[in-house]
Write a protein that binds this ligand. Sequence first.
Ligand SMILES: Cc1cc2nc3c(=O)[nH]c(=O)nc-3n(C[C@H](O)[C@H](O)[C@H](O)COP(=O)(O)O)c2cc1C
Ligand code: SF4
Length: 466
Amino acid sequence: MSSVKYINGKQPHKREYRMIFRNVDRQGWDTSIKSYIADGGYKQLKKAIKMKPQEVIDEVKASGLRGRGGAGFPTGVKWGFIPPNNSKPVYLICNCDESEPGTFKDRYIVHQDPHQLIEGMLISCYAVGAKVAYIYIREEFPEGAKILEKAIEEARSKKLLGKKILGTKFDCEIYVHRGAGAYICGEETGLIESLEGKRPYPRIKPPYFPAALGLYMCPTIVNNVESLCHVKHVIAMGGKKYSEIGTPRNTGTRILCVSGDVVNPGYFEIEVGKITMGELIYNVCGGLKKGRKLKAVIPGGSSAKVLSADESYTIHEGETEKVIGIDDIPMDFDTMAQCGSMAGSGGVIVMDDSRDMAWILNNINTFYAHESCGQCTPCREGSLWMKKITDRMVAGSGVPSDLKTLSSIGDNIAGRTICAFGEACAWPTQSFVAKFPKDFKKHTKVRNTKKELNPESKIAAAGLNR
Ligand SMILES: Cc1cc2nc3c(=O)[nH]c(=O)nc-3n(C[C@H](O)[C@H](O)[C@H](O)COP(=O)(O)O)c2cc1C
Ligand code: SF4
């Protein structure tokens, strides 16, 4: 492959390891198949097609690749869940809904390197036996949908897609499906319902695990855009070699999307676990704004539990137990879980000491209350109730019992719903209130509620009811 030069001012940070984002912001690069093939594109598809499908799955298993969509589930293991001796069609779905607040990586892959995704998808289809694949792209990404449609036609014209791919017996079609514009369409079973033309009501698991009962009740693999792109690189270098990038159990690279109170926000592709939170904030992102101190970080998209800068975290490295501060947390799936949060979708939101955590939680609660699909009572009622309380607090009508009520609502949503949206909307409230009680108490006053005006009128006056 040729050496890569980047557009002036867009060079990757020296701590980055560009694999998936190799061509993003690259000088002279465009999204055409000509550029892609000139750069060695589709060679890995040719290589994979010569292997047995099970050999491709074994390479992905050996690579240790974990899903980049949120849960960090091992990709090869998921592929292995397709029932043996299955007689129904198998589908592959690329999840390009990218709706988790704080996450903005998948759209860049689509906008700047669509053929990398298509090659990764074709290899994945070959491995799992899918002849039809869908790219479910968020409604709000119309440009991305157009780019993908064009790339698919280009691939077809080169016999890389359609019937008898590259002269073999492998047939595969990829269709672009524009999403329905809701956060819940990113949840894999909600997405499948939406793709079937219905309301995106998530299905209950069990029994509706997509690998067994997915699209049209057929075995279906749902993977994130970034995960599918990694498949190409696993084939290129072999699973074992790939597994040497990053850290054991947290292999490869991942794209972190950093937003909030840092000097240089943006996307950064790093080796998983090879960089700490402190290095990310102070080195890669240029630190905090002048005179500011770190207050908190949401490490994996808005649904991840918030980490406080004042906390200490107990982590285990093999037999050794260590107590570390926020700056020393390695950016990987397992350590983030040990710290009580999650690496999630890679959306890192940094907050400095100028921030009012009650205001931030209110912003997050507004999102979740709007996005609940409404199937489960705890989620539907609880998300709105939490929003109404934080609305009232920031409008100046909080009461001391609000903190307890908020925590109790969160506790009664998490673990009691059909899909993981329940946790996604409960975890911010549970963690914000527990870790920053002072910020919430500031918004409360003991009141004689009988003499109070209707709190709703205060909300209206503050313009928060829109
Ligand atoms: C409420 C909710 C929203 C989600 N949104 C997305 C999304 O926008 N993109 C995505 O890839 N995964 C999303 N997920 C995770 C998917 O359900 C699924 O686990 C993922 O696409 C699997 O891909 P992976 O194994 O490659 O990570 C969401 C999950 C939940 C619970
Ligand atoms: S948890 Fe919420 S989003 Fe998920 S199915 Fe229930 S109501 Fe819908």
